[in-house]
Write a protein that binds this ligand. Sequence first.
Ligand code: HEM
Length: 129
Amino acid sequence: MNRNISLYEAVGGADKIRSIVESFYPKVQKHPLLGPLFPEDIDPVMEKQYQFLTQFFGGPSLYSDQYGHPMMRARHLPFPITPERAEAWLDCMRRALEDVGIEPELRSILLDRLSGPAHHFVNTTKEEP
Ligand code: HEM
């Protein structure tokens, strides 16, 4: 991978981030540990994730421009996030990256970058609030 470009560019920019998000949320909704945490109308969540991942991977600061400081751990506090849910989230993301054709080396870099936040958002060992 060319180290001089952002992960956002390496992934393929806006269209590819969109495809990742569109592949990811149906997997999340189907996952027995994750589905119940999410609203039925997933479109607003998908839009926010598109904006967030864009900036997280070094693209334009779409999320912060609209919502201010991400404070992602705080925004996840209302939801009981167990270590198993963090792993499940990362596994859905791994499959989404695979499905949209991100090659293995880049895939593992992206998952590595997401793994820190995912584990950092763990806030309980109990599945129920
Ligand atoms: C660790 C496992 C995770 C679980 C179980 C989880 C679950 C959730 C849930 C339930 C929501 C709220 C959906 C709603 O609006 O009702 C949410 C929002 C969100 N999550 Fe996660 N999440 C996890 C990890 C992550 C990670 C690793 C990232 C990105 C690095 C992320 C980014 C976001 C974003 C951007 C939002 C929208 C925040 C907003 O409302 O502005 N999540 N997540």
